[in-house]
Design a protein around this ligand. Structure first.
Ligand code: TXA
Ligand code: MG
Length: 532
């Protein structure tokens, strides 16, 4: 049943000239998709009733995120200001604050088409209060918004309910009141840390819809392949995964073959929600529940006592199973439609650089998989952080896309010394040499050491600025702005580009060793191991 069906990544349809003109690449029949943004706790900090522009504090991610969105969506703000009816703020004060929000964004090149404001208290039973879709219908009428192709982003369950009531898609952010009402959002998959990841989510949904429009039934075919024992490479927010149905031992065996991965290295089971955990894990300790509530979906893998139902091949015979819920609409939709969790390692040949685009997967594994689902470039770019609950205190097995500082702030200090596990490979991708380039890569901690070897063609992989010494055959800068998130997203692509140039060597400089920097330094260190 080995159906060879490597679907080449489809180029998204080109934006129409008209669409481009009004900044909208997705017009259908003259209708335009939109993103409706809650104000407080979503694009600006929630600091109670704001009376004056001086009280407004933008999240640093807001303007860049909205700038990305407005290339394809009309932007609206929909806000509830009951302080007006309550007499705490005046309608004029609120209007001035809203005008300031619009003007500040305009200063960053971001256009808000309209700000819709409900001034009523809930007990007034007005028609415009969230989650009534009053303003969204108004936008549909006044601006030709296609609500079925639109999104609502907000930090309150009402924002997500508003989307549902209008036939749009809701995205829940954990800024503002988000974390407080998180428990009410069981069953909602579109939960993200903030506006930046909300934009990632919206754009991934858009790409998915466009591919489905061009190839109807694409996701259903992918899910059917998984159910039939096939291998499907799929996007996640970290890196692309090579998926097989977790309870299908034969399919899982094919994953090991395709990757040339040693059988002692266990796989991560990907779930579409915490509801699938009982299928895989015997118990979930309270601290793990806590992390799930804060960080799922997201780049966090939990190692938990396994259920007997999980094949030994998946866990490499360990008493534990690694589980994560990815923060990518394509991954979640695929797992959901496959009807069971999906075992997936990163979709690369064992020991090599992980793929962050569908093209990377096809280069390395093209012939060995049944389908590659293209979900665009991965937003995070390094693999998930792995925390084991097989011991106390819980142990960090691999630094990754979720900064360990955030985990420790929630559940206290982790054991960061490599845990002495029974098996050969205590832990994860924790073989000293991993993520390797073919070209010898050497890591330097000091700028001054960043000089090309005489007579050799050397590439430089640097954090913020070009090397002080000249003479490099190629230079890759991970983030000119010194943003570790951008650096992580660029890391594996930059390594691959340098590796593809037939250089004699690569010199890489370490990045600040905090937050995502730990994951970046870890990957660089493993790529360089044995060669220093
Ligand atoms: O971001 C990610 O985690 C990506 C995407 C596809 O989800 N996946 C990924 O998988 O990086 P992989 O196989 O390349 O790395 C998973 C690591 C392995 O190194 C493995 O040793 C470790 O997780 N692991 C899996 N199950 C484990 C277990 N029961 N105990 C300890 N480590 C485990
Ligand atoms: Mg809010």
């Amino acid at each position: 049943m080995r159906r060879r069906l490597t679907e080449n990544p489809l180029r998204p349809a080109e934006a129409t000239a008209a669409g481009r003109e009004n900044g909208n690449g997705m017009e259908r029949h003259g209708l335009t998709p939109a993103v409706f943004l809650d104000r407080d706790g979503t694009i600006i900090e929630d600091r109670g009733h704001l009376r004056s522009p001086a009280d407004v504090v933008f999240y640093p991610d807001t303007a860049p995120a909205l700038a990305r969105l407005q290339k394809h969506f009309r932007l609206f703000v929909v806000t509830h200001q009951p302080g007006i009816a309550g007499g705490v703020v005046s309608a004029d004060e609120v209007a001035r604050v809203n005008a300031h929000v619009v003007a500040r964004l305009r200063g960053h090149g971001v256009v808000i088409t309209e700000v819709y404001c409900c001034p009523h208290r809930r007990d007034e039973r007005c028609g415009c209060i969230k989650p009534n879709p009053f303003f969204l219908r108004e936008a549909a009428r006044a601006f030709g918004v296609d609500l079925a192709q639109s999104f609502v982003v907000g930090d309150h369950p009402h924002d997500v309910a508003l989307a549902a009531n209008a036939g749009a898609a809701g995205i829940y952010v954990l800024t503002g009141h988000g974390l407080k009402h998180r428990a009410e959002m069981r069953g909602c998959k579109a939960i993200v840390p903030g506006i930046r990841e909300a934009a990632d989510w919206v754009l991934a949904c858009r790409a998915m819809r466009m591919r489905e429009a061009a190839q109807p039934g694409l996701l259903d075919r992918a899910a059917a392949l998984l159910r039939g024992g096939g291998l499907v490479a799929f996007p996640t927010e970290t890196v692309y995964g090579l998926g097989a149905a977790v309870f299908d031992e034969k399919a899982v065996a094919r994953v090991f073959e395709a990757k040339r991965r040693p059988r002692f290295d266990p796989l991560i089971a990907h779930v579409s929600g915490p509801g699938q955990l009982p299928l895989l894990a015997e118990t979930v300790p309270p601290a793990a529940e806590d992390l799930i509530g804060r960080f799922w979906p997201g780049p966090l893998t939990l190692v938990l006592p396994r259920s007997a139902a999980v094949p030994d091949l998946v866990t490499a015979g360990l008493g534990t199973v690694a589980v994560r819920m990815p923060r990518h609409p394509v991954a979640l939709e695929l797992i959901e439609r496959a009807g069971a969790p999906v075992a997936a390692p990163s979709a690369n040949v064992f020991g090599h650089t992980s793929p962050t685009t569908a093209g990377h997967v096809i280069e390395q594994l093209g012939g060995a998989v049944d389908m590659v689902l293209d979900g665009g470039p991965c937003a995070v770019g390094v693999e998930s952080t792995i925390v084991s609950f097989a011991c106390a205190p819980p142990a960090l097995l691999r630094p990754g896309g979720l900064p360990v500082e955030e985990i420790e702030a929630a559940v206290g200090p982790l054991d960061k010394a490599r845990p002495p596990d029974a098996g050969a490979v205590a832990a994860p991708g924790m073989l000293p040499r991993h993520y390797a380039t073919r070209t010898p890569l050497r890591l330097v901690a000091r700028r001054a050491a960043l000089r090309p070897a005489a007579g050799a063609r050397t590439g430089a992989l640097v954090y913020r600025r070009a090397p002080d010494a000249g003479g490099f055959a190629a230079v890759e800068i991970l983030s000119a702005d010194g943003d570790l998130r951008e650096a992580a997203a660029n890391l594996f692509g930059a390594m691959r580009r340098l590796d593809g140039m037939g250089l004699d060597g690569i010199l890489a400089e370490t990045v600040p060793d905090a937050g995502l920097g730990r994951a970046i330094n870890d990957r660089l260190g493993r790529s360089a191991a044995d060669r220093a």
